[in-house]
Design a binder for this molecule. Structure first.
Ligand code: AHR
Length: 498
């Protein structure tokens, strides 16, 4: 099968914001306890942070991590999580039906983030709490000192403010499962007032308002419009969340879901611009895809979890090869909208629907680790507009699905051109002839390719390298023409250098 592509350095979509490669850690399952934090483990450092996990997180070069939830945040009392550990209360954690002993809290997370080389994106509780508590946690974290709350932080051993740059105004407030769920008007009003007060404390922060919990929510569309109507002037981003699954074991249909993902993004951009036009504002609202992933493998297992346990094995999806293909396609889709999708968080980071898994004896990379790592480490710079002519297929729920998803990134700083591509054809290799205008003086540096004979193949602690990228040398580049061969059902990263 053959495809053709034209890219020209002068025609650009936009600059990639590094925050598009963010991730997420919620107090849920073994994300924190037994994931990033395990004080009694020989694998941990003096603060109880798992060193093997820190190493893998650094390998991903995660730029920002959302914390502490998720559904968890709607019952969150940040005051429970700071100060001497022996005084911290254990609580019923209602979102996930477990016990939270608060032995790891807000300040420990900022320490961990420093060691991981990442920034913090903090969420405030607008479900069961309100603007006052939201303002107070900003003061505790970001104000330098001389007030009760900022001095409390200093008493707790943190002389310098945390300077947390991005804050989420609650989580999935449209969802009936959410503690303190609200109508769009109720939420929009509270988000606006919280945003105003949080900014009065620290005007440098960026704020994310909750969009719909997913594209299929009955209030999708009207939710975004009403929320933006209420808080447009005081926020920077609206959130999108999207998880997919292959429940009917129909791989072509599963891989086509990046098309629905694209429609979700374009719809939310349209709604933001509708409100912008209506309000006659110059300011644009950006998109924060702050939960995205495949999530379905663990659903059945999770129904059996004993209530009020501590850090159970929860949402522990074991990802296979086809999941990695969809993750690659979803990432490419967001990159093609990088002029509006400025922030995104692969949900989540460790153990809970995550690229990194742990046991008491080690940590390993799941299949989805690789496309995410390639993006985060090499996908920096400017996305170029591309003309791509490629054969398409029809699946159960989608029409005209291109067999290839592809994005071209001009990393001018490193003098590199990077292509990410997924071949969704399960049988055939596809040769893409790429006319790369203005790049004649470049040469091929590497082509990393990941596939597996078995689309259900996974990585485990016993066999951690079963699915991983390998270098291939089947491409050619002469006079601006790149001929790239994408094997059937494969994830690919091709790097060219000046
Ligand atoms: O990431 C798991 C859960 O998915 C989050 O807690 C919630 O926001 C979403 O429904």
């Amino acid at each position: 099968m053959k495809a053709e592509l034209i890219a020209d350095r002068r025609f650009q979509v936009g600059e990639i914001d590094r925050h598009i490669y963010g991730s997420f850690i919620e107090h849920l399952g073994r994300a924190v306890y037994g994931g990033i934090y395990q004080p009694d483990s020989p694998l941990s450092d003096e603060q109880g942070f798992r060193k093997d996990v820190l190493e893998l997180v650094r390998e991903l070069q995660v730029p920002i991590v959302r914390y502490p939830g998720g559904n968890f945040v709607s019952g969150y009392k940040w005051e429970d999580t700071v100060g001497p550990k022996e005084k911290r209360p254990a609580r019923l954690e209602l979102a996930w039906g477990v016990i939270e002993d608060n032995s790891f809290g807000l300040n420990e997370f900022t320490d961990w983030a420093k060691k991981a080389g990442t920034e913090v994106m903090m969420a405030v509780n607008l479900g069961t709490r309100g603007p006052l508590e939201a303002k107070e946690v900003v003061e505790y974290c970001n104000h330098k000192g001389g007030t009760a709350l900022s001095d409390l932080r200093r008493e707790h051993g943190y002389e310098e403010p945390h300077h947390i740059p991005v804050w989420c105004l609650g989580n999935e407030m449209d969802g009936p499962w959410q503690m303190g769920a609200k109508t769009a008007y109720e939420y929009g009003r509270i988000a606006n007032e919280a945003a105003k007060m949080m900014r009065l404390v620290d005007n440098s922060i960026e704020l994310v308002a909750c969009g719909s919990s997913n594209l299929n929510m009955p209030t999708f569309g009207s939710w975004e419009a009403e929320v933006l109507e209420q808080c447009y002037d005081n926020i920077n981003y609206i959130s999108l969340h999207q998880y997919y699954g292959n429940r009917s074991n129909d791989t072509p249909d599963f891989l086509a879901k990046s098309q629905a993902f694209d429609e979700f993004i374009t719809s939310v951009i349209s709604i933001c611009d509708y409100v912008r036009a209506k309000k006659k504002r110059k300011k644009k609202i950006y998109l924060s895809m702050d939960e995205w992933n495949v999530w379905y493998h663990s659903n059945e297992q999770d129904r059996k979890i004993e209530k009020w346990s501590k850090a159970p094995h929860q949402l522990e999806d074991v990802y296979n090869m086809e999941d990695a293909l969809l993750i690659g396609s979803m990432m490419i889709t967001m990159l093609k909208h990088c002029d509006r999708v400025k922030m995104a968080c692969l949900a989540q980071l460790i153990n809970v629907i995550a690229p990194i898994m742990t046991s008491d004896t080690g940590a390993w990379r799941q299949t989805i680790f690789y496309p995410y790592m390639h993006g985060s480490v090499y996908g920096r710079g400017t996305v170029l507009q591309t003309m791509l002519e490629v054969p398409t297929y029809d699946s159960k729920s989608f029409r005209d699905v291109p067999y290839v998803d592809l994005v071209v990134i001009d990393n001018a700083k490193e003098e590199e051109l990077v292509l990410f591509a997924v071949n969704k054809n399960l049988e055939e290799e596809i040769t893409v002839s790429c006319e790369l205008r203005q790049f004649a003086d470049y040469h091929i540096l590497e082509h990393q390719m990941m596939t597996h004979a078995d689309l259900k193949a996974v990585n485990t602690e016993a066999d951690p390298d079963n699915v991983k990228p390998v270098p291939v040398e089947t491409d050619s580049f002469t006079d601006s023409m790149l001929e790239v061969k994408l094997p059937a059902k494969s994830w690919n990263m091709i790097r060219l250098k000046k």
